[in-house]
Design a protein around this ligand. Structure first.
Ligand code: RB5
Length: 142
């Protein structure tokens, strides 16, 4: 899977670790920044990442900020982006299987690297189940 990744300054410190985790799981990872830990506004990076995902069919995104909340709120403003704020492997698995989420969000100040690894693994190894979930996902868009 081709996965775009972006953070804000709060999560910049773990971006390289997360890239490595995703690559080790067999993903191609495209880094959309930031490239240093200067203060930035998370919506700028959320919007940049969503535009890339929407313009590159079949790709996914990973957005990380302090809590993951700001990134998920901004990402979900985009039509056809389903950004899921995940705190563990279960929520990551469900986000893919039931919600067909295409952007994974989590918080650097909320989860440690061990949990992040299990979140990325569950996300990468899970796919949308379709069936009864398909119509529900369709109904998300207004
Ligand atoms: C930055 O201090 C923090 O507000 C941001 O990373 C994020 O947690 C927002 O939702």
């Amino acid at each position: 899977m081709k996965i775009y990744i972006a953070t804000d300054h709060a999560a910049f410190c773990i971006k390289e670790n997360v890239k490595k985790i995703l690559q080790d799981l067999g993903n191609e990872v495209i880094d959309l920044g930031p490239m240093d830990d200067s203060r930035v506004d998370y919506p700028d990076f959320a919007h940049k990442l969503c535009e890339n995902v929407l313009n590159d069919l079949g790709t996914q995104g990973v957005l990380i900020c302090g809590t993951g909340i700001g990134m998920s709120l901004a990402a979900n403003k985009h039509k056809n982006i389903r950004a899921a704020l995940c705190h563990d492997s279960f929520t990551a698995k469900m986000a893919r299987e039931h919600n067909d989420a295409n952007v994974l969000c989590f918080g650097q100040r909320v989860v440690g690297l061990g949990v992040i690894e299990s979140i990325c693994k569950a996300w990468s190894e899970s796919s949308f189940e379709g069936g009864r979930h398909a119509n529900r996902v369709k109904k998300i868009e207004l």
